[in-house]
Design a protein around this ligand. Structure first.
Ligand SMILES: Cc1cc2nc3c(=O)[nH]c(=O)nc-3n(C[C@H](O)[C@H](O)[C@H](O)COP(=O)(O)OP(=O)(O)OC[C@H]3O[C@@H](n4cnc5c(N)ncnc54)[C@H](O)[C@@H]3O)c2cc1C
Length: 411
């Protein structure tokens, strides 16, 4: 453990005397973002000895719009109160700054949070369920010795110390070390750029309850304004395929200027790569499972990842308990395959639909714009997807018109 590492026990009090690395843990979770906290919560509620490691101290900044759609809300631990910064009831759509149209919904579409606050509450829920949290602990690798002790995985930390576990969940984000150990591969890598812009109260009030989405000038790109009204701040971001950083940067600068926000100084400007897994990419190796961004689980079109992290994290925590209890390599493999099957049957199907949407959107963003702005059922499908009443996969399965639009746009 690094010298400044902090240990928090189930009561939430720092314990100066305990050495949290001792013994063999049932489940060690690497990374305390939404995926890791969900995994730790799921395993701890089954009464297992769970260690949750993160290199950062929470609350920590995370480049993210903080959009909490219906499936995210539905995957939170029981009793979890979302620290909403805003509740979205309206969307202003633009096509590269033109043909602007605002759509409104009497019912809330989705919520907006500050990620530092949201992630801290998730960590607290995992600790309250019994997980032991160690922060300031950077994991550098995992080792599974086939010959020596087949039941134990060794997790090494940056200071050279190690932790032993019956099962490991890698939830260490999009540049995951554990993902590399497992051999995760990607079919899509995008660059997201964001600015947190504190604004005067009157400007914040003008944005309250409304987001802005701009279908961008680069293929597959879009921009967003997500208001954080409680703290008089706007999160403005853009995302585009990796490889043209300069144009992506220019898109963000132009977007901010077009919105009349260039006069305000951002408090944070950051960038982050998002990665979507290849269809054949593994979700486990031996006693190690991966979840969330570490597994490349992300919606390919919108690049929404919190619900993917929460959902896959919970499944990984549940199946990690089974892996921990497995006594033979055959049984380990069976339980790990069960995890992969659960992911592929749910999130895998949604990712395939998202890929189709992205391919069509890359070619004909104007068709998408016209549809959400002018066609009632298309707007309702968009709204209901954000609310969690349906999914893109269901929309494509159930509505011939949506399939025709996607096919037309893909040509
Ligand atoms: C610009 C941008 C905007 C986005 N906006 C949205 C949005 O509005 N809504 C949405 O749903 N999704 C959004 N996403 C995606 C979302 O942020 C991610 O999908 C989500 O954070 C994934 O959660 P996670 O738990 O898998 O990983 P993370 O949230 O990245 O958490 C990983 C954790 O692992 C820790 N860690 C990393 N390496 C190590 C290590 N070696 N040892 C120990 N700990 C380690 C980190 O400190 C971190 O706490 C956005 C992404 C980007 C880039």
């Amino acid at each position: 453990m690094e010298p400044d590492a902090t240990v928090t026990d189930a009561v939430g009090e720092p314990d100066a005397t305990a050495d949290p690395l001792d013994g063999v843990w049932d489940v060690v979770v690497v990374g305390a973002g939404p995926a890791g906290s969900s995994a730790a919560h799921a395993a701890a509620t089954q009464g297992r000895r769970v260690l949750l490691l993160d290199k950062a101290e929470h609350p920590r900044y995370k480049t993210c719009g903080g959009g909490i759609i219906g499936p995210s809300r539905d995957s939170l631990p029981p009793g979890f109160r979302i620290p909403f910064q805003d509740r979205v009831h309206a969307v202003t759509f633009a096509l590269n700054g033109r043909f602007t149209r605002t759509r409104r919904s009497p019912r809330m579409l989705f919520g907006l949070v500050n990620r530092a606050e949201f992630d801290l509450r998730l960590v607290e829920a995992a600790v309250a369920a019994g997980a032991v949290l160690v922060t300031g602990a950077t994991v550098t690798g995992v080792d599974q010795q086939p010959g020596e002790d087949r039941r134990t995985v060794v997790v090494t930390l940056a200071d050279g110390r190690s932790v032993r576990a019956r099962a490991v969940v890698g939830a260490d984000g999009s540049a995951s070390r554990i993902g590399r150990h497992v051999g995760v591969t990607f079919r899509q890598i995008d660059l997201g750029l964001e600015a947190e812009i504190p604004v005067p109260e009157r400007v914040a009030r003008a944005w309250a309850g409304r987001i802005h989405l701009d279908w961008g000038p680069l293929p597959g790109s879009y921009g967003w304004v997500f208001p954080k009204t409680e703290t008089n701040s706007l999160t403005v971001g853009v995302i585009s395929a990796r490889g043209d950083g300069e144009r992506t940067k220019r898109y963000l600068a132009d977007y901010i200027a077009r919105l009349g926000l260039a006069g305000f100084t951002p408090s944070v400007e950051s960038g982050h790569l998002t990665r979507c897994r290849a269809e054949e990419s593994p979700l486990s190796r031996g006693r190690v499972l991966v979840a969330g961004d570490a597994a490349g689980l992300l919606e390919p079109w919108t690049r929404e990842g919190i619900s993917y992290a929460l959902r896959s994290g919970r499944l990984a925590g549940e199946w990690a308990v089974q892996v921990a209890e497995a006594g033979s390599p055959v049984e380990v493999r069976r339980q790990a395959l069960n995890y992969a099957f659960a992911i592929k049957a749910g999130l895998g199907v949604e990712m395939r639909a998202g890929q189709l949407m992205l391919e069509a959107f890359e070619r004909r963003p104007h068709l998408f714009h016209a549809a959400v702005c002018l066609v009632g059922p298309a707007w309702r499908a968009f709204a209901q997807t954000t609310q969690g009443h349906t999914t893109f996969a269901q929309v494509l399965r159930q509505h011939a018109a949506a399939r025709r639009l996607a096919a037309l746009a893909s040509r």
